[in-house]
Design a protein around this ligand. Structure first.
Ligand SMILES: [Zn+2]
Ligand SMILES: [Zn+2]
Length: 249
């Protein structure tokens, strides 16, 4: 299953450009099997989700949330995958309670783009650990992706790739893939925690299919990081689920 864990639409994320319908159609076109809709500080209702699901029966559409944590230095963004619970939106100053509540709901928690800006990984230093942190994302340079990889190893956190999709041009660069079909956010969480997935990028696709990436460089405000030539594609032992198989920089 090709899975997008981080996606915004213009329904509830003011920084997102395209409609839910257009975003879902783009994912279907690119062969995605599942998506978590993670608006900024807003949750979809079940009725809204059902309406969207009825239009895209081939796509598993799950709810989620990207919550902005109040932080002394700078905002910290946390993904809560699988929830429709508006109570999270009143808890932005209490990351410990957020993580506990998410675990009770069997929702995967992911620290989004921890190295995008200073302080973005601050909750880790304070001892608050989500299940995973983002690795390759349009918001990380190769160096920042490497910093995520080092942090994940040091703190035994899962690494996940995401598209942090804000428009039709974002899907198809960074995602996760699993051979285990799932029908619920709780199953997805188990798959990630057990490492039964791989982080994938557009670089893998172009190398394996030879089709190239005709849509690179579309000039989006958050341009995906570019591939650097000569990377080592040899798999490191125990790499599955802890990062894609390329060394950075
Ligand atoms: Zn974010
Ligand atoms: Zn986001």
């Amino acid at each position: 299953m090709k899975v997008e864990l981080h996606l915004h639409t213009n329904r509830y994320s003011t920084c997102a450009v395209d409609s839910p319908e257009d975003m879902m159609a783009r994912l279907v076109e690119l062969g995605y099997d599942a998506v978590f809709i993670t608006e900024h500080d807003a949750v979809w209702s079940e009725a809204e989700l059902d309406d969207l699901r009825s239009k895209f029966p081939s796509l598993k559409i799950f709810p989620g949330l990207e919550i902005t944590l109040a932080n002394a230095v700078r905002s910290v963004h946390l993904l809560i995958l699988g929830t429709r619970d508006p109570a999270f939106l009143t808890m932005q100053r209490d990351v410990g309670s957020i993580l506990a509540r998410a675990r009770r709901q069997h929702c995967l928690t992911v620290l989004a783009h921890p190295y995008r800006w200073e302080g973005g990984s601050g909750i880790l230093a304070e001892g608050f650990y989500p299940d995973a942190i983002e690795h390759r994302t349009p918001n990380h340079t190769p160096l920042q992706s490497l910093m995520s990889k080092v942090t994940a190893r040091q703190r035994s956190l899962r690494l996940i790739n995401s598209g942090d999709c804000h428009s039709l041009n974002f899907p198809g660069y960074f995602w996760v893939e699993t051979h285990q079909p799932f029908d619920s956010p709780a199953e997805l969480r188990r798959i990630i925690l057990e490492g039964q997935y791989e982080n994938r990028t557009y670089e893998d696709e172009s190398l394996t299919t030879g089709t190239g990436n005709q849509e690179l460089g579309t000039g989006e405000k958050q341009e995906p990081v570019k591939r650097e030539p000569g990377k080592n594609r040899n798999q490191e032992p125990g790499e599955t689920g802890t990062g894609n198989n390329k060394k950075q920089g």
